[in-house]
Write a new protein. Structure first.
Length: 163
C-alpha cells in the first residue's frame, strides 16, 4: 500500500536519486546536471520553512516519488498561485502513484494560501501532461522551441487548475 506523508530531511537521498534519473533521461526538467543531496536538503528546508506542501509517496519504507508546491513566481502578486513539481521513481511509473501523490498535493495546497496551481511541463512529457489533465489541469499556454536537451529543441507547456 502506498502512503503519502510530509517530506523529512531523511528523504533527501531518495529524492536526489529520483530527480537525477529524470534529469539524465527525461525532458520534464530542463536541468542538464543533477543537483546533489545538499541542494535537496536546502530545498526541503526552504519549502518546509514557508509551510508549503512537500509530500512523498512511500511503500514498504521506500520513497517512490515526491511532489511539492512553491509560489509560482517570486513577486508578491503571485502569492496565491503555486507551481507544482512532481517526480516518480522509474520503477513506480504507471502504477497510480503519481495520481495519488498529485491529488494529495492539490488537496494540501489551499492550506498554504494557494488558490491556483500551475504545472510547467518540459518536453512536454506525455505522462506528465496526462497526469495533470486527469486531475483537472487545462492547457493555458505553450512556449515553442524554448529549450534544448539531448540534441532536440523542446517546448514548455503551461497547465493550470483552480484549487
Amino acid at each position: 500500500m502506498t502512503t503519502i506523508r510530509p517530506v523529512t530531511e531523511a528523504d533527501a537521498d531518495a529524492i536526489t536519486a529520483i530527480y537525477a534519473h529524470h534529469v539524465l533521461h527525461g525532458t520534464g526538467t530542463f536541468d542538464i546536471d543533477p543537483p546533489g543531496v545538499a541542494h535537496w536538503r536546502h530545498r526541503i528546508a526552504e519549502i518546509r520553512a514557508r509551510c508549503w506542501p512537500f509530500l512523498v509517496a512511500e511503500r514498504a519504507g521506500r520513497v517512490l516519488g515526491y511532489a511539492y508546491a512553491a509560489q509560482f513566481r517570486d513577486r508578491a502578486a503571485y502569492r496565491a498561485s503555486c507551481e507544482d513539481s512532481i517526480y516518480i521513481a522509474e520503477e513506480a511509473r504507471g502504477g497510480g502513484v503519481g495520481t495519488v501523490l498529485l491529488g494529495a498535493l492539490i488537496a494540501a495546497a489551499p492550506a498554504a494560501g494557494f488558490r491556483e496551481m500551475v504545472a510547467v511541463v518540459g518536453g512536454p512529457e506525455p505522462a506528465s501532461v496526462a497526469l495533470h489533465g486527469k486531475l483537472g489541469f487545462r492547457e493555458v499556454g505553450r512556449l515553442h522551441d524554448i529549450g534544448e536537451k539531448f540534441g532536440r529543441s523542446l517546448d514548455v507547456l503551461f497547465l493550470q487548475r483552480t484549487l
